[in-house]
Design a protein around this ligand. Structure first.
Ligand SMILES: [Zn+2]
Length: 369
């Protein structure tokens, strides 16, 4: 029996432990109750401790009685992050990591996000359970996302989560750069050997964490076989479903997807091997989908703009943050057996133009830091 029984997997078992559910049947209701408690706590915390939310939430102090009532609250936008000092709910000395969000065409005041030690620990814990879909003790995770090596960055958080479970985490900036360039689909295709993929001392197959563009590059370099790699997680940008299918067919290994951004503290939602939608970090993020033009909430199953509320973020909570990502949510149980709602798929980035909206697939620019 696995250590996650009776739940579908470690991620559901992890959520169940935090909300007091003992069976999969209890999980949805207990999780919803705990999310509502966390949401009300966070709203109080934000209104009391940040000038920005004190103004935004003025007159809306009554506790919410259901999660759907979150739609009564005003949105937060990427532009609001320019006033990050007003949004901050902790003192600067309690900020463990500050990240500047790069945006195209931005002028003047930078947009920033701040994370406390607790905020980063929540991400670490999600990584620790979410990565178990792909990696087992004794294996190495090779993190190829640009910028992931920064202190308290993605690689550090993964290391903190995976090393205690007997896994190793390594970065390889050379391989990361080679694959990025190969993904641009111009120039010579570099030859890659197993040692390039897993490092010279690898005793076991490794798992790669990379950008979709690097996945494209890898497929150019190794079109038929990928020796030494047992699984791949694509993250930090929109993954073309055709690219994913081509990679799976070429290599016969799991190629899974992670949805996350700097705003979601790098974590977010991760696909399980059943490939039937992405499982949320459900006690940290409350997702909604809205009509990108009217702002009205849309039912599950309809495509719209993904809006995220952070349920446990201390330093700089986001309440109804408009991600600019077009997405579909699903409430049908996953093929893996999990009863929890998921992110069915991300369709691309929303661009507002003179003739309405358009969904495009540009790289986010700067990726994840
Ligand atoms: Zn699943």
């Amino acid at each position: 029996m696995s250590d996650s029984a009776p739940f579908a997997h470690s991620l559901d078992a992890w959520l169940a432990r935090q909300c007091g559910a003992h069976t999969p049947e209890e999980l949805c209701a207990r999780l919803a109750r705990r999310r509502l408690e966390l949401l009300n706590i966070r709203l109080r915390h934000a209104a009391r401790r940040s000038r920005f939310y004190a103004r935004r939430l003025a007159g809306k102090g009554r506790p919410l009685t259901s999660l759907s009532e979150v739609s009564r609250l005003p949105f937060t936008t990427a532009d609001d992050l320019r006033r990050w000092e007003d949004m901050l709910c902790v003192s600067l000395s309690e900020v463990e990591r500050m990240v500047t969000v790069q945006t195209s065409g931005s002028t003047g005041t930078p947009k920033r996000l701040a994370f406390s030690l607790h905020d980063l620990a929540r991400t670490r814990d999600f990584f620790a359970v979410g990565m178990r879909f792909l990696i087992r003790p004794g294996q190495t995770l090779r993190v190829l996302l640009p910028g992931a090596h920064r202190p308290q960055g993605i690689a550090d958080l993964l290391r903190q989560g995976l090393v205690p479970q007997g896994m190793a985490v390594a970065t390889d900036e050379r391989l990361a750069a080679v694959l990025l360039e190969a993904g641009e689909e111009k120039g010579q295709v570099p030859a890659l050997r197993e040692a390039d993929m897993c490092g010279p001392d690898a005793a076991d197959a490794c798992v790669l964490l990379l950008l979709p563009q690097q996945l494209r590059g890898l497929l150019r370099c190794c079109p038929t076989a990928l020796p030494g790699v047992s699984g791949i997680l694509s993250a930090a940008d929109w993954l073309d479903p055709d690219l994913r299918t081509a990679a799976r067919q070429a290599w016969g290994i799991p190629v899974l997807e992670h949805y996350g951004s700097t705003e979601s503290a790098f974590a977010g939602a991760v696909e399980c091997p059943a490939c039937d939608g992405l499982h949320w970090q459900a006690l940290d993020l409350l997702p909604e989908v809205i009509d990108p033009l009217s702002g009205e909430p849309l039912p599950s199953g309809q495509p719209g703009e993904l809006v995220l509320t952070t349920l446990q973020r201390e330093a700089l909570p986001l309440i109804r943050y408009r991600t600019g990502d077009m997405a579909v949510l699903t409430e049908t149980p996953c093929a893996c057996g999990s009863p929890l709602p998921r992110l069915e798929r991300v369709l691309g980035r929303i661009v507002h133009g003179p003739d309405g909206i358009e969904v495009v697939h540009p790289p986010k620019g700067g990726g994840i830091r």
